[in-house]
Design a protein around this ligand. Sequence first.
Ligand code: NAD
Length: 502
Amino acid sequence: MSREQLAVQRARKSFQTGNTKPLEYRIHQLNSLLRFITERRRDIADAVKRDLGKSEHGTELFETLGLEGEIKLAIEKLAEWAAPRPVEKNLLTISDEVYVQPEPLGVVLIIGAWNYPWAVTLQPLVGAIAAGNAAVIKPSEVSSHSAKAMEDLLPQYLDKDLYPVVTGGVAETQELLKQRFDHIFYTGSSTVGKLVMEAAARHLTPVTLELGGKSPCYIDKNCDITVACRRVTWGKFVNCGQTCIAPDYVLCEPSIQSRVVEEIKKNIKEFYTDNPKTFEDYGRIVNQRHFKRVMSLMEGSTVAVGGDSDESQCYIAPTVLKDVTGESKVMKEEIFGPLLPIITVSGVDEAIQFINEREKPLVIYVFSHNKKLIKRVIAETSSGALLANDCLVHFTVSALPFGGVGNSGMGCYHGRHSFDQLSHLRSCLIKQLKMEGVNSMRYPPHTAKKLGWARFLLLKQVNVCRLRRMALLAMLAGLAAFVVFIRFSERMKPVKCRLHCR
Ligand code: NAD
């Protein structure tokens, strides 16, 4: 039996004991996960530094802070999320118990990506634990130091059988994918996403696919271009552009292109100094393969800012490419690196058309003072999310479902959405063994048939909403009559009194 098979088998056996059902147990595991992050902050930062050249401060800001917030939220809200959710009843179930009961799915496979190796792997785990599942955790082999640290340290805090960490590369992931899971939560490229879904289909396993793609950013000429470019520079070059929700390219009118280039150039200097290579908060491309891939994307485009690189260190400077067209090489795939192409369009109409001619992105960014224009982009395009006048920060709002649509993914998570995504929302209806008379009704009356579905006929003929509206109207009419009666009797009091006195 392979290591992967064994891990899944143990997780399933453990799940079947029912240990994860009580909320206290889940909260205990979530607290242990929180303790892991607090106590092992240093180990986590060291691993990320070795994988992506990121500073300790950067890891805190983009990996652990968000994770801690998600865990604390889950601990605080678990009782509410896991409670039965009463639903609206119809006439047939008016005296019954009708509710939705979230229940654990079973064993979840979590396959993480390398760009934020802790956040994208452990955040789904928070949802899996909260929802009462077992979870097999497969960190990305590309961020190998983080994967090793996760494999060594996590079992010191969490139940080893219920939440095993399985490391390895493509072969190990494929071996895992042969096993039967109750849900697969995958973060990574769309290409591998299709393979994951194919493997899941063999067992009819549902999937959440957190994928990537090219997220556009439209800068309207009627906006504060200085502020817009500051925010775009931050969103694009953080983590060396290796962020799934980084603005992939900018769309703007030709009249503001040089201003946009100049502003971004100024911001790069301010954020990363004259020499980003020696600046500790500017990381590196994760490996040589990705370095070569990103460098090759520049072919045929005009470099307006940056462009220098050092292969021995996997360093690529923050780079802006101008006068790019939809046909340029850099527009053929997700960049996932520090290159920012600018494509000129005649206005918002052409920007919308440009976006709609391509795959649905993970996020669309719009910078504009004009609310109507923003609403128009929302109404006329589709994407996992839309963020106006800033970059990346929608990721921090736990109440917003985070996920893609179409080529950028399916399913979503964060906060309660993670809990719901990894739960089965079970419909429960508890009736009483009364009212059998309704079942014995004959319909139509002259037939001999005793039809159980007379009840459904009753439902069909009684529009519950209309009935409720009529009841409300009747109540209001009664109330109005009562008020009129009171006022009338008050007015009549003096008359009655006078008559009486006489
Ligand atoms: P990756 O190479 O680390 O792959 C992700 C996982 O897939 C790894 O665990 C790996 O073992 C597995 N894998 C790779 N090839 C496989 C194969 N042939 N068969 C089975 N498993 C395989 O990550 P990546 O794909 O380079 O990640 C980058 C992509 O992820 C980008 O497109 C990015 O936008 C996307 N991403 C999305 C999110 C999100 O939340 N939507 C977050 C981070 C990254």
